[in-house]
Design a protein around this ligand. Sequence first.
Ligand code: NAD
Ligand code: UFG
Length: 337
Amino acid sequence: MSILVTGGAGYIGSHTVLSLLEQGYEVVVLDNHSNSSFESLRRVKILTGCDITYYEGDVSNRLLLQNIFSENDIKQVIHFAGLKSVSESVQSPLKYYDNNVMASIVLIQEMIAHNVCELIFSSSATVYGIPESVPLNEDSKIGGTTNPYGTSKLMVEQILRDTAKAYPQLDITILRYFNPAGAHPSGLIGEDPSGVPCNLVPYISQVAVGKLPKLLVYGNDYPTHDGTGVRDYIHVMDLAEGHIAALKHKMAESNCRTYNLGTGKGYSVLDLISAFERQSGKIIPYQFVERRIGDVAECWANPSLSQQALNWTASRSLDDMMRDSWNWQQKNPTGYE
Ligand code: NAD
Ligand code: UFG
């Protein structure tokens, strides 16, 4: 019996594939490498000593999915594959709706056709839009997303809820990730953004390693403890383990469940800079600039539902995340190249 991991060569996917293999799962990966290389999986194989069945291709390729489901005894699917750049989604909305929404529909149709019933979907805290209050519970208001990327996640969530009602044999878990950071402690796998990073931690890492001159801090006039934006950063290995917990704990009361994967702690941009400096011994030059359009002041999770229902807690600290990000960046200054 195998588990299909779409987008398994990507940042969160590769760390989750590693955790799955360590837990004894047999893994089949489907990835089109639009934002990754096979090198991440080669390194996962080195770390685990396990084989990975691998298909290079697109989730929207129906024929390929039919082959994958026919050639392998797949019981569960974790669907990471998706495009994730907020700014690119504003420039190219159709690309995002096509890749994130249409491809997900093809995947669900083929799962149903092949009687593969268990799905875990990668959603995001972005579905909460501009939070009315924090921390965010799973039943906090969703919607009001400010970009097509966020809207694509919201749409797939709704499609999954509707489909779960129509097909009671399905068993769907929607995981809303907060802000993933860090890397596997080996420093062999990590986040490898293409071009100039948009996200805070890879940006700081590239400043530390000398690839970028300084960090631009978007806004120091938010109503937060130091004026900079506050987020719930979660170690990517905690996130990976959250998927294992979701595979193991099925709640009978509903066939479509949603969980926040966060730590419940909010840290500001300045908190991150300090933690990174502590762990790396480097000074991170930074400059305050205008707020970034679409950013919210603060966003963090109430993780108590996932803790209770999945018996899972994020155990790694902010310092662990910064140490492991720095370790990865130092060992791989040009990523997987
Ligand atoms: P990533 O870009 O590193 O990984 C995504 C992987 O999917 C890549 O390997 C890419 O090549 C592949 N892919 C994309 N579209 C595909 C398609 N149509 N067919 C086959 N493969 C395809 O991103 P990540 O950070 O690992 O994110 C994984 C998932 O988690 C995404 O769905 C993302 O939207 C979601 N998410 C990420 C974050 C974050 O900050 N990293 C936060 C919340 C949610
Ligand atoms: N920030 C800076 N300078 C930078 C980059 C970011 O000051 O160069 C600040 C932002 O203003 C924000 C914080 O750092 O206050 C975090 O920003 P990120 O871009 O790292 O993360 P976001 O919270 O904006 O968004 C991320 C993903 C989204 C996802 C969301 C919730 O990019 O896709 O987390 O999961 F939806």
